[in-house]
Write a protein that binds this ligand. Structure first.
Ligand SMILES: Cc1ncc(COP(=O)(O)O)c(C=O)c1O
Length: 377
């Protein structure tokens, strides 16, 4: 059923099979189309198993999942939350939704993810100045986990909640543990460009039943358990519909295949661009990435810029994208505190994400490779 190789080549398009159709049709035939239902429960159980967690709560987006995880960890107005600066805006936005303020922390050059040494500096500075960090949101970037053990140890030392933004990392591993297994709560996204999609959706996974109960309550308009509608708190309409959960069940059944396909794409890029002045995202010894996106930087002394490559690809209808523009450089966030080392600035200046879809054929990938080779010499 997948036909993503027709026409434009997208960075990370949905990869849909027959199973999604049959799950969705079964949900329609049984009239379980309204919010909640057996597919939500089954999808949650499947997600908890993939993340090695006791509980999972499916929600309408990864952003909603981060928002609720922060609220359930007691984060609110006036709090300070340390967060990876090298990420998508949703990570920082969720912090601001709670009334807290982000403190941006730069990446380590050896993983591109949150640098534990800089995080320690931020936590110590917060303690010293009487403005402690209430929570840490650490991102698993481009399908590679951050250094879970180092970050968890710091959060324990500073009595700070660790929330894991694993939006891009379903199916990756940290040592022998799955992505999403770290922190008080972890969040995956099922946005259309992720390794599996529900068109839009997300999930919070946790081992803490109290957190699972709290996020479920907040996600369903904070309804009290009374026959009439009783509310003692302001809630949100953040639950995933049964129809989308049914679709997600079809997607997750093929997660292993999708990860393997993305890894093959990654290996082909690494092999076929190995002689060029480019560097691929580093993979630390503790990491087994899902290779959601294959990303590279072009060496400073090379005349070709990422933008020249992007434009050359665009000319033949192939999508590519600069690496994340760090949050501390974003107009909306530039006034907030930041602990920086120049790594994310350099990655943004010289980096590019290449088409990495799990259904991309070797022929299509060869077209991408040929363009990159023509521009970067
Ligand atoms: C790192 C990161 N965090 C959060 C999100 C937000 O997820 P969603 O789009 O499902 O709200 C995304 C992706 O969209 C992401 O890449």
């Amino acid at each position: 059923m997948s036909a993503p190789d027709r026409g434009r080549v997208f960075l990370s398009p949905p990869d849909v099979g027959e199973l999604e159709r049959s799950y969705v049709m079964a949900a329609i035939d049984s009239n379980w189309v309204a919010p909640m239902g057996p597919d939500v429960e089954a999808f949650e159980a499947e997600l908890a198993a993939v993340a090695g967690r006791r509980c999972a709560v499916a929600v309408s987006s990864g952003t909603a999942g981060l928002h609720l995880s922060l609220l359930a960890s007691g984060v609110g107005p006036g709090d300070r939350v340390a967060v990876s600066t090298f990420t998508f805006a949703a990570t920082a936005n969720a912090i601001v939704y709670t009334g807290a303020e982000p403190v941006f922390v730069d990446s380590s050059a050896s993983s591109w993810n949150l640098d534990p040494a800089l995080l320690a500096d931020a936590l110590e500075a917060g303690r010293r100045t009487g403005r402690p960090i209430r929570a840490v949101v650490a991102v698993d970037l481009y399908g590679q986990t951050c250094d879970y053990d180092a970050i968890a140890a710091l959060c324990e030392e500073f009595d700070t909640a660790f929330i894991s933004d694993a939006a891009e990392a379903l199916g990756a591993h940290y040592r022998d543990r799955p992505a999403g297994s770290a922190g008080r709560a972890a969040v995956f996204s099922f946005n259309g460009n992720k390794i599996i999609t529900t068109s839009g959706g997300g999930v919070i996974v946790t081992d803490d039943e109290a957190i699972a109960r709290r996020v479920t309550y907040l996600a369903t308009q904070a309804r009290e358990a009374t026959p009439h509608y009783e509310h003692v708190e302001v809630g949100f309409n953040y639950r995933l519909s049964n129809l989308l959960a049914a679709f997600g069940r079809g997607q997750i059944a093929d997660l292993t295949k999708k990860v393997q396909a993305r890894r093959r794409v990654n290996v082909r890029y690494r092999e076929q661009l190995a002689d060029l002045p480019v560097r691929f995202a580093p993979v630390p010894s503790w990491s087994t990435p899902n290779c959601w996106l294959t990303c590279l930087t072009i060496d400073d002394d090379c005349a070709a810029t990422p933008e020249l490559v992007r434009l050359a690809l665009e000319e033949v209808d192939i999508e590519s994208r600069p690496l994340w523009k760090p949050m501390h450089q974003q107009p909306v966030y530039k006034e907030f505190d930041a602990v920086l080392n120049g790594v994310s600035d350099a990655l943004f200046a010289r980096g590019l994400c290449l088409p990495s879809g799990s259904a991309m054929s070797a022929d299509t990938q060869q077209r991408v490779i040929d363009v990159v080779r023509r521009v970067v010499r």
